[in-house]
Design a protein around this ligand. Structure first.
Ligand code: HEC
Length: 158
């Protein structure tokens, strides 16, 4: 009995290790990997768009949801922390508007991503300290402009 338990335990440990080493479980082809990466990053970008729209409705148009601002600006801060990681080499084909220039000029792509993130942090901090809409407006514009700056150079817009 004791022996059988030991064996069962060894089998479990063995298969956990095989999983950890990627020796079993689903096998993804390279193409599938690129496809889910593209789906993921486009979803994240759309969520950024939604949070920017909601922020604009509050900050620019005066929608009565000031208490929700932190939720939106925190998402923008978190989701822009490492945009280049969403664009690994090989994710440049299929249903994507990503331009080859991302992989040809990664330094510029990273720089624009960093500027976008810094603008988001500045906006979020102003929201945290309770700034009014007039003070938030220029910071919000900086975020929007730095989103657009990257799209102009690195996203297909036809
Ligand atoms: C460093 C570059 C970069 C920054 C910064 C950036 N984006 Fe993007 N964005 C892209 C690229 C590249 C694509 C195309 C992705 C694809 O199709 O695979 C994209 C796609 C999008 C899309 C379309 C998603 C879809 O459904 O296809 C939206 C919406 C979007 N971005 C919103 C934003 C917003 C809002 C911000 C700022 C808060 C932002 N992006 C910041 C590079 C960037």
């Amino acid at each position: 009995m004791h022996r059988m338990l030991m064996n069962a335990r060894n089998v479990l440990v063995g298969s956990a290790m095989a999983l950890a080493l990627g020796l079993s479980g689903p096998v993804y082809s390279f193409d599938d990997g690129a496809e889910v990466t593209i789906d993921y990053r486009q979803g994240l970008m759309r969520a950024l768009g939604g949070n920017m729209s909601s922020t604009a409705a509050i900050v620019v148009d005066g929608a009565d949801f000031r208490d929700n601002l932190l939720v939106h600006t925190r998402y923008i801060v978190d989701a822009t922390r490492d945009i280049p990681a969403l664009f690994p080499e090989g994710s440049d084909f299929g249903e994507t508007d990503a331009l080859m220039s991302i992989w040809e000029d990664p330094e510029r792509f990273e720089e624009l991503s960093r500027e976008n993130h810094e603008a988001a942090v500045a906006l979020h901090e102003a929201v945290e300290q309770g700034d009014d809409a007039a003070a938030l407006m220029p910071r919000f514009r900086n975020v929007g402009e730095s989103c657009r700056a990257c799209h102009e150079d690195f996203r297909r817009t036809d």
